[in-house]
Design a protein around this ligand. Structure first.
Ligand SMILES: [Zn+2]
Length: 62
């Protein structure tokens, strides 16, 4: 079985095609990576522009 490093924690783990979390060593590492990915998705520049528009709108109402 080939050895790989878990992309999340860097821990050495075995590449096992029966491992549903591969290339991660565990479900926890897979979930952490997804959370990090989802967090980055929310940081896209378009998002801050949208919230700027919203705050401008709110200022007009005040
Ligand atoms: Zn891991």
């Amino acid at each position: 079985m080939p050895e790989i490093n878990c992309p999340q924690c860097g821990e050495k783990t075995h590449w096992n095609k029966d491992n549903p979390f591969r290339p991660f060593c565990s479900e926890q590492c897979k979930n952490l990576d997804f959370i990090a990915w989802a967090h980055e998705e929310r940081q896209i520049p378009g998002d801050s522009q949208v919230s700027d528009v919203f705050s401008e709108d709110l200022e007009k109402f005040e």
